[in-house]
Design a protein around this ligand. Structure first.
Ligand SMILES: [Fe+2]
Length: 219
């Protein structure tokens, strides 16, 4: 089995269950950008439901519970067929949200070196990269995620996935993600996805994203 990044090993050794990660901030941390209510529902209801459903699926094949959710998603074709779709959907929902919570911040924090240079090489400038992320998120039809990933050649690429599909299943390492399911923004922005995505650019912690980029280079 190809062992992938296990940064989000959200399970305990005792019960082999995946669990909701504690956030590094309170639900009211983002003020007007994302309300206390929106954050709490997103984390404790939406994210938790994916975890519950993933645990229910893995309970049918307990031997797979030793793997991180990222390992499951990177090896979907090896997952028993009767739980493969559940792992794709609910494991994806778990892993995608785990990444999402960690790259948000109250203010924009810029990358310092390696990722800054890589973005300038692959996109020309951070502004161009942000514009492509915004356009990609706005153009995504239905529910899904917009990603900045590292491919096998260590180049950056912007990618959309539908539903809760993970770029890990395509062999990419995601380092930034934007949740463009309506549940991510509807309470605060209603139908105005573009307003949410544009404001999100002012709430990205590029230093944390850079740390993920450096990890991805070493895989
Ligand atoms: Fe979400």
């Amino acid at each position: 089995m190809n062992i992938q990044n296990s940064r989000f090993l959200n399970k305990t050794n005792e019960i082999n269950e995946y669990f909701l990660p504690k956030l590094e901030f309170n639900y009211d941390y983002f003020g007007d950008f994302l309300s206390n209510q929106a954050m709490e529902i997103h984390h404790t209801k939406h994210h938790q439901t994916y975890i519950n459903n993933l645990n229910n699926a893995i309970a049918k094949h307990k031997e797979w519970s030793k793997y991180s959710v990222e390992e499951l998603l990177a090896n979907l074709n090896n997952i028993p067929e009767d739980i493969r779709t559940a792992v794709k959907n609910h494991g994806g929902g778990h892993a995608n949200h785990c990444l999402y919570w960690t790259i948000l911040d109250k203010n924009k924090t810029l990358a310092k070196s390696q990722l800054k240079h890589a973005i300038e090489k692959d996109f020309g400038s951070l502004e161009n990269c942000e514009e492509k992320l915004i356009n990609s998120a706005i153009s995504l039809f239905g529910s899904g995620w917009t990603w900045l990933c590292v491919d096998k050649n260590k180049n950056l690429l912007i990618e959309n996935t539908q539903n809760q599909d993970s770029p890990l299943s395509k062999g990419f390492v995601p380092i930034l993600t934007i949740d463009v399911w309506e549940h991510a923004y509807y309470l605060n922005y209603q139908n105005k996805r573009a307003d949410f995505v544009k404001l999100l650019m002012s709430h990205l912690n590029w230093q944390k994203i850079e740390s993920r980029y450096i990890d991805a280079l070493s895989l």
